[in-house]
Design a protein around this ligand. Structure first.
Ligand code: FES
Length: 522
């Protein structure tokens, strides 16, 4: 089956998690307020932090730029697992057993906590216990898998080595983590938000944080000019928009991956799977009102650095065709993850010089348990000043030095984007079909052009308002994507699809002038 033959292919990609839940309608902030804690970002981390800290008696405001649980959490695979690739060997070898132990304990406990919270609050979120597997088809990985089983077991995780998984894949070996789980992430977050929305927790949607000032408290300035004053602040937005301290823009890079939700003739055998090698392939299933949906996931690349984003959906469908008789592809969507330099998230004090300012960021592709862990760490840091796992997650950890080589490489790559985007040679013609986006060069200026299905041409200035990198066109999602820190904009530049940018794109030249100019030229 070819993705282009799919009746759903003409539609823009759509996440099943969003399609199967209602949109929320929390008010925007329309006055200045004072609270104990302001949380920027209404995803899984922000709402879970609000949940745990409301129980400690804090008054809380959650500020969400669009609507809650609309970003990463609504586009994830939603595996609740302490199995984050072959991470335990990696942490133990680079940071030592003690920190590996912290990571294992935190994420194992997070699995139980999510279950407990959903039960205590009566949240019907399709929580199902599952095993999680990492398999390999490459003999070079067998020893790594065996070693991961041993390390994880020594750290207290219920892990075992298996030689088969229930798919027609010629595997060389796999590690199985027992007592893991899956759920519907948006049902969970919306249920939790409903449970905490009361006099002590206010949730404000369509309220973008634009800047943070400081006197004896923090003052968050919103896009509508309103102020939230608070002693404590948690930055839990997708990518930190706040650049004044911490240098996070040099040590987090965005990466995209893709999901196709298929209907198959065969019944899914249960379990959650991912391979150890590239290209990444991951599997889970989900019961829906319309039968079983199988999620096939993978194909990662840095944001803004893929020539044809549609080809990634086709690659996943090709893989699905080898395992199942695919009957339909009702959903497909992409996700954007923030990656850290050593693969461990940054959770804790924003910097050592910014007391009462906290961050939870950089979950890679493993945001479910790491979000729960973040909320537990930040609760403890705010209430007690310490947490048993604070060292492994410390954003200023010394071991980040061990990743110095990656640090330089990633930065160099980002810097290259800044320069190359400005210099690349650009097509000159304006021969753009409806539904097509292109980069143009007009009078020496780089412009992004998109012609909509009605034939209207939309022009944007392709310089990212965050820090000046040059945007590229994302054909699958019809957006302008920034290769540096992952800001994304709608085709007309007016909507910020993803931050850290807090301003929309500047308009390109006047459309009539451009069309005339090209008519004259060609
Ligand atoms: Fe930072 Fe574009 S997101 S320059």
């Amino acid at each position: 089956m070819n993705i282009h033959e799919q009746k759903n292919f003409k539609k823009l990609p759509e996440s099943y998690w969003l399609a199967s839940t209602l949109t929320t309608n929390y008010p925007a902030l329309n006055e200045d307020i004072d609270v104990d804690l302001v949380i920027i970002g209404g995803g899984l981390v922000g709402i879970t932090c609000a949940y745990l800290l409301e129980k400690e008696g804090l008054s809380i405001a959650v500020l969400e730029a669009s609507s809650i649980c609309n970003g990463t959490t609504a586009h994830t695979t939603a595996k609740i697992t302490s199995q984050h690739g072959l991470i335990y060997n990696k942490i133990q070898n680079s940071m030592g057993k003690e920190l590996a132990q912290q990571y294992a304990e935190a994420n194992e406990l997070a699995i139980e906590e999510i279950k407990k919270i959903s039960e205590e609050n009566d949240i019907d979120c399709d929580y199902i216990p599952q095993s999680a597997f990492i398999y390999t088809q490459d003999e070079n990985y067998i020893q790594k898998i065996e070693s991961e089983v041993e390390t994880a077991s020594n750290l207290g995780i219920n892990a075992s080595y298996v030689e088969n998984i229930p798919f027609d894949i010629d595997i060389k070996g796999a590690v199985q983590f027992h007592n893991q789980a899956q759920f519907h992430p948006r049902k969970y977050v919306l249920g939790l938000a409903k449970a905490i929305y009361n006099n002590n927790v206010n949730i404000f949607e369509n309220t973008r944080a634009m800047d943070i000032e400081k006197d004896e408290n923090y003052i968050v300035i919103t896009d509508k000019g309103k102020k939230v004053r608070a002693k404590n602040i948690i930055i839990a937005s997708h990518y930190p928009f706040y650049n004044k301290h911490g240098g996070y823009f040099t040590r987090i890079y965005p990466e995209k991956s893709y999901i196709v939700g298929i209907k198959a003739k065969e019944k899914y055998p249960g379990g959650m799977y991912i391979n150890a090698e590239d290209p990444a392939r991951s599997l889970r299933h989900q019961s829906t009102d319309d039968g079983e949906l199988i999620l096939v996931v993978g194909e990662h690349h840095k944001t803004g650095q893929s020539e044809d984003t549609n080809k990634h959906y086709q690659a996943l469908l090709d893989f699905a065709n080898t395992l199942f008789t695919v009957e339909d592809v009702p959903y497909r969507w992409s996700t954007q993850d923030c990656m850290t330099l050593d693969g461990v998230p940054y959770v804790g004090n924003f910097t050592s010089n910014t007391p009462n300012m906290y961050i939870a960021k950089g979950f890679g592709k493993w945001g479910m348990t790491n979000s729960m862990v973040s909320a537990m760490i930040l609760r403890d840091l705010i209430i007690e000043g310490k947490n048993p796992w604070q060292d492994i997650y410390n954003p200023s950890r010394k071991t980040i030095v061990a990743s110095a080589k990656n640090f330089v490489v990633e930065n160099f790559n980002v810097a290259e984007q800044l320069i190359e985007g400005k210099l690349e040679s650009l097509p000159k013609n304006i021969d753009i079909e409806p539904g097509e986006g292109r980069i143009l060069k007009v009078d020496g200026e780089r412009l992004g052009a998109y012609r909509d299905e009605d034939g209207t041409l939309h022009l944007v200035n392709t310089t990212c308002p965050h820090m000046g990198c040059e945007l590229n066109w994302n054909s699958a999602e019809r957006s302008w994507d920034c290769p540096c820190h992952g800001s994304r904009f709608s085709y007309d530049g007016n909507t910020i699809v993803e931050g850290p940018a807090v301003e929309p794109l500047r308009a390109g030249k006047d459309v009539n002038t451009i069309e005339k100019l090209f008519k004259d030229d060609f």
